[in-house]
Design a protein around this ligand. Sequence first.
Ligand SMILES: [Zn+2]
Length: 972
Amino acid sequence: MELLWGVFTASYLVTTVRAACSDCAYRGCHKVDNSKLNIHLIAHTHDDAGWLKTVDQYYYGGTQNQAAGGVQYIIDSVIGELDADENRRFILAETGFLWRWWNDRGEHVRHKMRKFLESGRLQLVAGGWVMSDEATPHYTMLIDHMSLGIRFLKDIFGDCGIPKIAWQIDPFGHSSEQGEQFAKMGFDAVFFGRINQDEYLTRRDKREMEMIWRPYKDGSTIFTGVLYNLYQPPDGLCFDVSCHDEPIMDNPRLHGYNMERRIASFVNSARTWADAYQTNHVQLTMGGDFHYMVASSWFVNLDKIIKHVNERYPDLNVIYSTPACYLKAINDLNTTWPAKENEDFFPYCSYERKFWTGYYTSRANLKYYIARANNILQVIKKVGAYSNTWNSFDEFEVERAVALAQHHDAIAGTQRQHVANDYALYLHEAVHRSKDMLTKAYRSWGEVIESRHSFCMLRNISECHITERNRKFVLYVFNPLPTETNFTIRIPYHHPIQAYESSNLMVYGDIMPVPPSVMAIPGRHSLAKSEYVFQANGIPAMGFKSFYVQHQNPTGSPTADQTSDDYYNPELPELPTTELTLGFDSGIQIVINTTTGLLQYVIMDEATWYLEQSFGYYEGTNRWTSSGAYTFSPSQRGLIRLPKNPTYTVHRGQNVIEVHQVFESWVSQVIRLYRGQQSIEFEWLVGPINLHDTAAKEVITIYKTHLVTNGIFYTDSNGRKFMKRRRDYRGKQRNHSPRIESNYYPVTTAARIHDDRATLTVLTDRAQGASSNVDGSLEFMLQRRLLVDDNKGVTEPLDEKSFGVGIVTRGIHIVQFTTNSDAAYLHRTRSLAITQGPLLSISPTSRTINQWQPASTSFLKGPVPENINVMTLQKLSPTTVLLRLEHIYDVDEDPQYSVPTEVNISALFSRRVKSVKEVTLDGNSDRDCELGRLVWSFAGNTTRTDKRTDLVPPLVVLEPMEIRTFVVYYFP
Ligand SMILES: [Zn+2]
């Protein structure tokens, strides 16, 4: 492995971005004849990077008794069959599998693959590490897995390895952010398998299966094609060894001759499919899940189809083709295409009228783990860029674990349990490796690190062995954001502790009790009954700061503010009012109804607003129509509210106030206010979900306001722009009757409602499904415990267990009730802090406070504007880095910050910048490759390339919501 990796690394280091854009995808296309119907046979295999078995079981072909599939044999077999006949073509997606194969095979067969690629006989599509889900990944995850996959392809195949066609044939709905990203990566088209059934039928009947999609208003456009039959062959024409259809038997001297009948069947299907498309070209997807393990079974029959149809049907031209060759052929026709603008493809409803809106929440803990690991990855890349301990192998291992998790049966939560465990294991290894990388980096920056850093990943359930069991330890906070930041730290402890900024500067910390429901979480092994909560202020931009923590001197007594005497005692309610107002002299205040125990109002700028928050659940049935890992299908009972009268206690500190509520033995939460903050934190805890009444449950939290929303709400597209949702609206192409589940949309980081007076924004710490089923409200699905499978292939109910009982999930919502003008600023800055924010690591020490040297370092040379984030800073070689800058505000979103903004790239580095080159969003091609995409006419418009008046790098301008990617070359 080490040696093989060396091959990758060494060539990668000398890879520089060249101006040439690959045209390999358009090479080797068979001749089309526009006087005929051209039938493009697309030989392909759909290889899930984990689903019924793990990614590596699928690669090696293990456990065939559980599920078929062996991707190494598929690639071997296809190479052999391409070699056998130069007429044949094949496409490959899922670079993660190709990476495994490439490292596993010798130069002879690698050389063959390279030749097939250069001649266009083998084409790579999409090129991402996996075929990602589109509903639940954060936009940084989507960019990264594409960047990683294409980087590998470019490394081994050169520019010829860079795909031009995106291929999202199985994901369960399609996001605007993903469409926009594909355009920015230079793709000429994207092809889908699944869209909402109503939209599919309408498009099919109107011959609008292909369109020019502008995913965001004022954004890019991309040619988008919907495949006729998901990604499957026509009925009866599956020739894989795993299929049961008849082969073409064309020798009349042998028994069973069926050629004319089989060919007629093919022609019939092809003409039907072609009727759904505008031109005299049609793609026939000839493949399926893990097909081509015996590639000859497909190719031999396709050879015969081509031969016999072309001989017998003068109006038909059947050819081996690829999506790129098909695209080039229809682009040459100069047709005008229908358009789809400022909409995405959610929610997905399949042919049997089931809504695939459950997977937005399925496996809530895995989704959280992926989000945390991604945050760590984003930090680790920047740490590597600023330290001399960078190790490309380690960084790649972390990258590929997070990339794998983006697969459409990974982060989606739609895999078998043992496969979910395998994704978590890869993430665990990546997190572990990241600790080592961080430890080495801190040492390289002169820090005395006595033992390896820990992230204390269980702090979300108030458990951390290092802080509980060590008398002295050092906290490090690395801030990857380009602005100085404050960061709240909560440390679970057993023995009272005190934090210091320096030997003579104590940091004030509030002491908050750990709720009994948290202490009772199965599998929690912690002595901590309290948390020490403090504000780590002034963490330098793109830099770090350290804090020292030690046990309090047993003879010293804590300050009066920290004693439990200061807590509100629930047995002495603040009568006579029935309302309890909590808050600080600045920031938002909350009002608890002491009769119901629920949050009832918020006070913002001296105005009182109704905001009630509570929990409920939807019930499943045990029929096949019930919810499953993919689908959400609540029973007729609708939303069942949990008891309206939770018990509660209030805990006041100097800088934090907490309300601990218990709704049920399996639902509780902490509502938290921090001094000076405009946000309310809801740390909810769900599970083990009670199944004693034998009903499956999908637990939600609901925020109700009196905002006048008229059915309108907003959900984010992969954590970036907000998409406008209209309850019960089906659009031009849809006509199904509205249901609870049809109004659910994916949220990656935030959902919002507003009227002309105020805005409610709710930020999440992981992807969740969300809806507004009642005007003025937002609801989020937190966790699901189901009892039956939804017949989509997993064959396991989504009934997650750990420690012998149903799984427990704890997470955070940040709720912002604000004036409309403040909404974007509060949301955008907080969202960045949640997804790409500071990383806390902890290391025990033997030094005394006086021996310890406090550290506070920024690696930035100059300031970066407040509305700009340094999204990616990744070392490519000792003298080059990949840099992504993002404007974090949308157009017209904020009166001050939604403006084009100038950035001086050289301000990011203390090293002298030699040159800067702009590249595509994935970082692997010259920006010209995006600008030089195929041009299309549509609905009175023509796709045009982006023209900008720019400054000379290193000075660049970012428009609102724009991401720009650069390779920066330093002087050695
Ligand atoms: Zn799939």
